[in-house]
Design a protein around this ligand. Structure first.
Ligand code: SF4
Length: 502
C-alpha cells in the first residue's frame, strides 16, 4: 500500500535495491528516496530488487543503487548482469543508462566501488537527490551530465576525481521520515517505520552510524507523535528507528504516549531498533511488553569495563546487570546481549572478565532466556579506530571456540559471526579502487568464501594494508571525503582513548 499519490513522466529512473524485495521494503532511506522520485513530475520511477527485475534495460535512463552493507556489491552486479549493463563505468556510453549509488556504504568509503558507478551520492540523500534528479531530467549526454553533477558538493564523480572534493551531505531533520509503502512482503511485515533520530551522540570509537552521521539530530516530539497517528491509520505495527533512539531528549514521553494509547485499548505492536543499556527502565520495558515485544537486545560491545572505556562505550558491569534485571522483572521473556571480540588491545583478562559477567547474569536471572551474540571487530573508515589492525582469523576463531565452550558450561546460548566473512568485510571497508577486479572475479565465481580465496590467488592485488591497518601519516582511500569529523579530530580521540590501554 502506497501512502501517497505517484506522479509520472518521460524520464525512467530505476531505483534498485541490491538484495531481495523483502529487505528493500524494510529500508526506510531507500523507500523515502523512492517516494521522492515517484512523486516528482517528469519522472517515471521504478523499484527493482534482485528477485524482482521487471524492467527492460533499453527503457532505463538511469539506475540507482542503495548500498547498506559491504557485501551488497554482489547484488549490484547481479542486477546489472541480468539487465545486461556493463559493470565498469568506462565500458558504458550514451547508449547505456547512467548508473549511480548512495547509502551508508558509499558514505563511509566509496572507493572500492568507484569504478563501477558514474557518480555517487555521499551522505544524507534527501536534498542532494532532488538536485541530482533535476540534472538527470535535462537528458544531456553522459559527459555533460557528469560535469554538471560534479559541481554538486556531495556528489562524487570518479571521472573528475582529481578536482572533485566531496563534502558529506548532512540535512537538518524537520518533517519526519517514515516508510511511505506498507507491505506484507516486507521483512517487517505490514510495519510503519518512523525515523526518530539520525546518528548517535555517544561516538563509540568503532561506530560509523555515529561518526558518519554527526551531528546527532532528532525530530521534535510533536512531529513524531503526529507520525505515529499517521501510521496507526494504516496499520497497528509501529517501529521506531534510529541508531540510538533512547538518546532522544523526550524518549520517555514518546514511550508514555504509546503506552497511554495501548492502555486506552488501541492495539499497537511496537518495535524498537536499539536501546542503550543504561536507557532500559521499568517504563520502557513495560511499554515494549504491552506493545507485544517478548525479547530485547542490548549491546555491551566489548568484553570488559576497561575495553569498553577504550572504545568510549563507558558501560559499567552493574549497569548491565541492572538492565537485565529490569528486563526480566518487567515481563520480557529474554534478552540478547551483543558484544564484539578482537577489539584492539583485547587481552585474555578481558575475555575472563566477560565470562565472569556472563556467570553473574545467569545466576541472578534464573529462568530468563539469555543469549550472547558476538561479531568480530571490523575496523571502519571515518572512525577513531580506522587505522587499527585486524586480529588474525585463526586467533579470533580460537577465542570463539573458547567462549562457546565456557558459555555452554554455564548453560548460556551463544552465537558467533563468521570470522572469515568479517575478515573480508574489513578488506572491503578499507580498500581503494584497485580491489575492483577482485570484486568482479568473486561475483563470477559465486560470491562465497572460496571465491574470495580463488580471486586472491588468480589476481595480483595487495590486500595487506586493509588488513594490517594504516599509520596516521598514510593517505587513506577515503580521504577525499570532507566531513565535520576531520582526520585530526579522529587522531585526537584515539590518542585520548589510548590511556585505557592495558
Ligand atoms: S551507542 Fe551504539 S549507535 Fe551509539 S555510537 Fe555507540 S555503538 Fe554507535
Amino acid at each position: 500500500m502506497k501512502l501517497y499519490k505517484s506522479n509520472t513522466g518521460e524520464y525512467n529512473l530505476v531505483m534498485a535495491y541490491p538484495a531481495i524485495e523483502a529487505f528493500a521494503l524494510s529500508s526506510l532511506g531507500y523507500l523515502w528516496l523512492y517516494k521522492m522520485a515517484d512523486t516528482k513530475e517528469g519522472i517515471n520511477a521504478l523499484r527493482i530488487s534482485t528477485d524482482n527485475i521487471s524492467v527492460n534495460s533499453k527503457e532505463i535512463n538511469s539506475i540507482s543503487f542503495s548500498m547498506s552493507f559491504d557485501f551488497d556489491y554482489l547484488g549490484v552486479f547481479e542486477i546489472l548482469d541480468k539487465l545486461k549493463i556493463p559493470f565498469y563505468s568506462k565500458d558504458r556510453d550514451d547508449s547505456h543508462p547512467l548508473v549511480f549509488a548512495g547509502g551508508p556504504v558509499m558514505t563511509t568509503n566509496p572507493m572500492p566501488y568507484s569504478v563501477f558507478f558514474d557518480f555517487i551520492i555521499i551522505g544524507d540523500g534527501e536534498n542532494v537527490f532532488n538536485k541530482v534528479t533535476d540534472i538527470l531530467m535535462l537528458k544531456m549526454s553522459k559527459s555533460e551530465t557528469l560535469k554538471k553533477l560534479s559541481e554538486l558538493e556531495s556528489v562524487y564523480v570518479p571521472e573528475f576525481k582529481n578536482t572533485n572534493k566531496i563534502t558529506r551531505a548532512s540535512v537538518s531533520l524537520n518533517n519526519v521520515i517514515y516508510t511511505p509503502i506498507i507491505s506484507d512482503k516486507s521483512y517487517f511485515k505490514d510495519t510503519f517505520i518512523i525515523e526518530v533520530s539520525r546518528g548517535c551522540m555517544n561516538r563509540c570509537a568503532f561506530c560509523t552510524a555515529s561518526y558518519t552521521n554527526l551531528p546527532y539530530r532528532y525530530y521534535d516530539y510533536e512531529k513524531i507523535t503526529e507520525c505515529i497517528e499517521l501510521g496507526l491509520k494504516h496499520t497497528n505495527k509501529i517501529a521506531l528507528l534510529g541508531a540510538q533512539i533512547s538518546a532522544h531528549p523526550r524518549f520517555n514521553d514518546i514511550m508514555k504516549y504509546i503506552s497511554n494509547k495501548i492502555s486506552d485499548g488501541i492495539n499497537i505492536e511496537l518495535g524498537i531498533s536499539s536501546l542503550r543499556t543504561d536507557a532500559i527502565s521499568e517504563q520502557v520495558v513495560q511499554t515494549l511488553v504491552s506493545g507485544g515485544q517478548k525479547h530485547t537486545t542490548i549491546a555491551i560491545e566489548a568484553a570488559s569495563e576497561r575495553l569498553r572505556k577504550f572504545i568510549n562505550k563507558n558501560l559499567k558491569e552493574e549497569q548491565i546487570l541492572n538492565a537485565v534485571k529490569i528486563a526480566k522483572d518487567n515481563g520480557l521473556k529474554g534478552i540478547k546481549i551483543y558484544s564484539m571480540i578482537g577489539i584492539p588491545t583485547e587481552t585474555d583478562q578481558d575475555i575472563e572478565e566477560f565470562l565472569s559477567l556472563a556467570k553473574k547474569i545467569k545466576q541472578e536471572n534464573k529462568g530468563f532466556n539469555i543469549e550472547f551474540s558476538f561479531s568480530t571487530f571490523v575496523p571502519k573508515p571515518q572512525t577513531p579506530l580506522q587505522w587499527a589492525q585486524r586480529e588474525e582469523t585463526k586467533s579470533l576463531e580460537n577465542k570463539q571456540k573458547y567462549l562457546e565452550k565456557k558459555l555452554s558450561k554455564l548453560g548460556v546460548e551463544s552465537k558467533f559471526s563468521s570470522a572469515k566473512w568479517d575478515y573480508w568485510q574489513t578488506i572491503l571497508s578499507r580498500s581503494d579502487e584497485k580491489i575492483a577486479p577482485l570484486l568482479v572475479e568473486v561475483y563470477k565465481n559465486g560470491g562465497k568464501i572460496g571465491a574470495y580465496k580463488k580471486a586472491v590467488k588468480t589476481l595480483d592485488i595487495d590486500i595487506t594494508k586493509s588488513v594490517n591497518g594504516f599509520d596516521f601519516s598514510d593517505k587513506l582511500p577515503w580521504d577525499c571525503i570532507e566531513s565535520n569529523t576531520s582526520k585530526q579530530l579522529l587522531i585526537n580521540e584515539i590518542n585520548r582513548l589510548s590511556k585505557h590501554k592495558p
